[in-house]
Design a protein. Structure first.
Length: 223
């Protein structure tokens, strides 16, 4: 069963993280990076999914320095609050907290550490793959900052997942990534919108979510 723990960041601040050991003999570790809504029920469910698939999983609460254990509903007020926290949280700070999770998992026996992130976390999953050492693989879901950072060079294998019906211009992202990193797979899911992995009724696309997770699991297993 999952639990909330504390992990010390590079600055000494102890942020909270939702944590669940692997249900089966561990394949390694997975850092699950949140959407803008914080460590809500959807993130906790995703941590549990990865634990059931054999990974020691942890999801850092990246806004804790601004608001401890922030979560928000998927409504206009929640969107506004989540976006405000994301914009006010320096990317470097978020990346150092992800690095702290990497070290936490390694210190708890993870032979390899992978990253998966959604929305805000999808941007961070791409940036982590390009800027952090010691990651085995990364899977980025509908990250809005990938386009502007497509020229960065990944240090580990990475996948990019985008919904066709998203506000993020999927074809532009694919072209920009392949102009600089032709080896990086960019998957565009027809009929899927932003947040298609999230099981809220207004966003969930089961077919796209299952296929993207299968591709991600295949990558993590091979890493």
């Amino acid at each position: 069963m999952g639990e909330t723990i504390k992990i010390a960041g590079a600055d000494g601040f102890e942020f909270s993280a939702y944590h669940e050991p692997a249900f089966t003999p561990s394949k390694g570790g997975v850092i699950v990076i949140q959407e803008i809504f914080g460590i809500d029920r959807h993130v906790r469910a995703d941590v549990e999914r990865w634990a059931k698939m054999g990974f020691h999983a942890v999801a850092p609460s990246l806004y804790d320095r601004r608001e401890w254990n922030f979560t928000a509903e998927h409504d206009p007020d929640g969107m506004q609050a989540g976006i405000a926290h994301a914009r006010a949280t320096p990317l470097e700070q978020a990346l150092t907290d992800i690095a702290a999770c990497r070290e936490f998992l390694k210190s708890h026996g993870a032979a390899k550490v992978c990253v998966v992130g959604y929305c805000y976390g999808g941007s961070l999953a791409w940036l982590a793959a390009c800027q952090l050492d010691g990651l085995a693989a990364s899977s980025s879901y509908y990250g809005s900052l990938v386009l502007a950072n497509a020229a960065l060079k990944p240090k580990c294998p990475v996948l990019i997942h985008l919904g066709r019906n998203d506000g993020i211009p999927a074809d532009e992202v694919e072209k920009a990534v392949h102009d600089h990193n032709p080896e990086v797979p960019v998957y565009i899911y027809e009929g899927a919108g932003h947040g298609f992995n999230n099981e809220s009724p207004e966003r969930y696309n089961a077919e796209a979510a299952d296929l993207a997770r299968h591709r991600t699991l295949e990558l993590f297993d091979k890493a």
